[in-house]
Design a protein around this ligand. Sequence first.
Ligand code: HQG
Length: 182
Amino acid sequence: MNERNTKRISKFLSLILRHQPEKIGLKLDINGWASIEELLNKSSNNGVTFTKDELEFIVKNNDKQRFSLNENQTKIRANQGHSLKNVTIVTETKTPPPFLYHGTVAKFIPSIKENGLQKMSRQHVHLSSDVETAKKVGSRRGKPIILTVQSGVMHKKNYEFFLSENGVWLTNLVPTEFINFE
Ligand code: HQG
């Protein structure tokens, strides 16, 4: 499977497993798991055809380890990034490093200054442990601006942080007082 195809299917999986399973009539359980057999069949019925081996290759080689398989490799789910209201990926609360980073773009800054970092359409605010990753996240929308979040101070004040299976830090809200804007 070539790189272009791998990327195309990976994007399709993100859409289906995080946001719109109903697009192909797929059911996710409350923990976000979908049957691989059902996924293969329903994807194929909707014009996106790939084999179980190809799916395993995509999961294993995904640049951000966006997906996981269950132990006996019959189910798949996205590790983070969901907008679906009825899916919860249970992750334990964790002590964050003193600072975390968020990549965004200039047009959002006035609103972030006023309202803090909000979940917007996702279930969490997404934060990175390194500036490089935050830059990539911000670059999806234009020239990236990197915000530094005082996660250590927030944690001391009892704000909860979660670490997804693929290393993305998640929280519910970052009030503006904990954000360094320059
Ligand atoms: C912005 C990718 C106005 C926020 C990445 C962002 C990530 C506000 C956008 C994951 C705001 C939401 C998530 C406020 C936040 N006013 N704008 N108060 N608060 N924003 O896509 O963090 O590659 O939902 O700055 O790696 O960009 O898909 O979040 O620009 O982990 O696996 O609102 O998506 O992962 O955008 O990205 P998103 P995000 P994947």
